[in-house]
Design a protein around this ligand. Structure first.
Ligand SMILES: C[S@@+](CC[C@H](N)C(=O)[O-])C[C@H]1O[C@@H](n2cnc3c(N)ncnc32)[C@H](O)[C@@H]1O
Length: 319
């Protein structure tokens, strides 16, 4: 369901397209050159600007205006070395990128050695995945990561009826599903070793964020060390509510957890896991990820959303 004209107008006003926002770090620039094969920096920037327009035509996310696809979050996550170790040390350890957009984060993990045959990506919009192939100059044949298009809240795509498993030293199923032949996320329940959700939770209202946590929990392998990690925009105050216009499904109140309420969502009474099953880490830092520091127009136009210049980075790891 597309957002309304008013929302599109507000988003465009608050987050104007601005090529000067293209600003990959030194490491990201080298990584982009390696993956795209484009060595010339001017050409690379032009390629990114052209790709951005194609992505914005799929859905005008503010993070695309900030060229999010020319960077990565997984490589900066404190749990990254554990992710790569799980990929190398645990046979068949499945990595799922949920809300993958162009697939920049899966491409980062694979370029650093995560076994490509164990990686799967999913997003509501197949268009983003296709634009990702164009940007990184790959095809489904040369970059054979399976992609599943679907709404994470659609019960026919991810069953809400399977609860998260308790932590156990035994895998939940004797055979791991073949990620190349599945058509929904449901067969992956209790079988995923690493789930990465970046800039994802902040799209949803409070009750949806709770449902999402349980749904992702249901996908997680029971083996110790399995993890759900990510980062998303929040507000500096505790549990702020306000109107959101960014949600791809069009409407609903904005909701931002604090690290404390985030921990409670995942662990303990009413939470996704028992305290003996998993540990949660979360940290909030100021970040220009979505809203640049000088973007007063975002605050004026979007209210609370415009103040979401704080990033919560977090992990939920089975013990
Ligand atoms: C803000 S983008 C973040 C993209 C990427 N993870 C990143 O950090 O650069 C959010 C992504 O979530 C996807 N998305 C939104 N609602 C979804 C849903 N209900 N189910 C699955 N994906 C969804 C969007 O299509 C979009 O690609």
């Amino acid at each position: 369901m597309p957002v309304g004209d008013l929302d599109h107008r507000k988003l465009a006003e608050a987050f104007p397209v601005d090529p000067s926002l293209y600003n990959p770090t030194h490491d990201e620039l080298n990584w982009l050159k390696k993956l795209t094969g484009i060595e010339d920096e001017k050409e690379l920037k032009e390629h990114a600007i052209k790709t951005q327009a194609e992505g914005l035509a799929v859905f005008p996310y503010p993070c695309l205006k900030r060229f999010v696809f020319t960077s990565y979050k997984i490589g900066k996550h404190p749990a990254y070395k554990d992710v790569l170790a799980l990929g190398n040390d645990r046979p068949g350890a499945i990595y799922l990128e949920i809300g993958c957009c162009f697939g920049n984060d899966v491409r980062k993990a694979i370029s650093d050695g995560y076994p490509v045959e164990n990686v799967i990506a999913s997003d509501l919009e197949e268009g983003f995945w296709k634009v990702g192939h164009k940007f990184f100059r790959t095809t489904q044949e040369t970059f054979p990561v399976p992609f599943l298009a679907g709404d994470v809240f659609d019960p026919s795509f991810l069953s809400p009826d399977t609860p998260p498993a308790p932590t156990s030293s035994a895998p939940a199923t004797s055979t791991v599903p073949d990620i190349n032949s599945i058509t929904s996320l449901t067969p992956l329940q209790h079988n995923v070793t690493v789930i990465h959700a970046a800039a994802f939770f902040h799209l949803f209202r409070e009750e949806q964020q709770t449902r999402l946590a349980f749904l992702l929990g249901s996908l997680l392998s029971p083996l110790p060390g399995s993890m759900i990690i990510g980062s998303h925009s929040v507000l500096p105050e505790e549990k702020i509510k306000g109107e959101i216009i960014l949600n791809q499904l069009g409407r609903g109140p904005l909701f931002a957890h604090s690290p404390t309420s985030w921990r409670e969502l995942w662990i303990g009474e009413g939470g996704v896991f028992r305290p003996s099953d998993a540990k949660v880490w979360a940290e909030v830092k100021e970040s220009t990820f979505i809203v640049p520091a000088d973007n007063s127009s975002a605050t004026k136009v979007l209210g609370d959303l415009g103040r979401m210049r704080f990033l919560m980075t977090w992990s939920v790891v089975r013990i």
